[in-house]
Ligand binder design. Sequence first.
Ligand code: PLP
Length: 496
Amino acid sequence: MEIRYKSTRSNGETVTASQAILKGLAEDGGLFVPTAIPELGVSLEEISKMNYRETAYQVMKQFLTDFTEEELKNCIDRAYDEKFDTKEIAPLTEKDGAYYLELFHGATIAFKDMALSILPHLLTTSAKKNQVKNQIVILTATSGDTGKAALAGFADVEGTSIIVFYPKNGVSRIQERQMVTQKGANTSVVGITGNFDDAQSGVKAMFNNKELAKAMDKKGYQFSSANSINIGRLVPQVVYYVYSYTRLLAQGAVKKDEKVNFVVPTGNFGNILAAFYAKNMGVPVNKLVCASNDNKVLYDFFETGVYDKNREFILTSSPSMDILISSNLERLIYKIAGEDAEKTADMMASLAGDGKYSITDEMKKEMKDFVGGWAGEEKTAAEIKRVYDKAGYVMDTHTAVASAVYQEYKAKTGDTAKTVIASTASPYKFAESVMAAIDGKYKGMDDFALIDELSKVSGTKIPNAVEEIRSAAVLHSRVCETGKMQETVEEILGLA
Ligand SMILES: *Cc1c(COP(=O)(O)O)cnc(C)c1O
């Protein structure tokens, strides 16, 4: 069956998967959703005998129906290779009665690698399929994790170049080092004197600048986005839910048709939406537990049916979840509104205008697969320590939010279903908070001294991604004022 993609905000024309990947966002500002969520063409038992790449092919071919077998396999082979430090790609580790699905074994040790290592290949393949001759310039604003994962994904990918803007004084030292040491002739990293919002606004303004687009086209360039709303990022994330379930099946930890819970530390709602798609493809799911940190706008939404971003933005030790507008939620809203584009558009307009919207009781009933939970800073730190003391396992702050929420959920409901917790970052990436949670004596220690200590207490090898930046040369030192972002891009591309 051919799957096409339509906008969540109008009933206009549908596009092919490759066109949706190239466009990123629909022209009306909506998100692309598949005309139907496809079923897995093979049984879960059969998939349980497949490796990660084979599983990826089975899942992704159902969504990306205009890719040939050769094209898709080629993308998968280039993405899930030795960049990952384990053959399993996404290993499942049982600790203290829960299964941690480790999604941080890629190049930048965060789960963004799962999608951003394949997106460049999906994008260049899509460009070829649609006779796009221009070089694709990826323009990204980052508050830390996405920038590095996108740089690593696009570095030296033919037919592309990437420019990343980050707030010069607004990312962690490790995050900055990761970015400014990035290799690849087609990569540029620029610090700006403003904050993340300034970077984001500057990038949006360039995307919407028609004259700039014309000048770029003349020189053989066009912009594209590696943003998390691209279906080229969503579809690869469905894979590891199918993969983890089938590993449990292979181990005999679950029987055929036995339902499991997935607990996901959530920010933009992309990762957990992929779990929802996996359920709709046929993975037996009991509950999808959406875990938030202090920025608990999603928890409140699941409780009350009101989404309200009018609140203080709280900086936490799980910064990748410090988000008040969860963009991918729009795809769930569309689904529970009975695929009513007009209704969805109205709600998104009210979010843009008043910063809030509410759903009907009927829609709320359609969300019964989901449970919301949240954990503040103290609970998160206590969970890191609890699991370390009990099982010797060290998890990062984002994973700890999910783990703490799961403990509370289990105590409250008595639910005994097997549970998979999405583990979204390596503890090495957030060593400062992680080590302080384990023992107060680590407070104030130097970054790399902490990393050595973390290796000792966890008995794990320091990941290459961390070892590399210890001694790597700084290759990017460009800094620009917030108002000069476009000039900087013109200079980098030689347009000026
Ligand atoms: C991006 C990110 C998240 C949030 O994922 P969403 O898909 O935005 O919900 C959680 N943890 C880490 C470490 C991340 O980088």
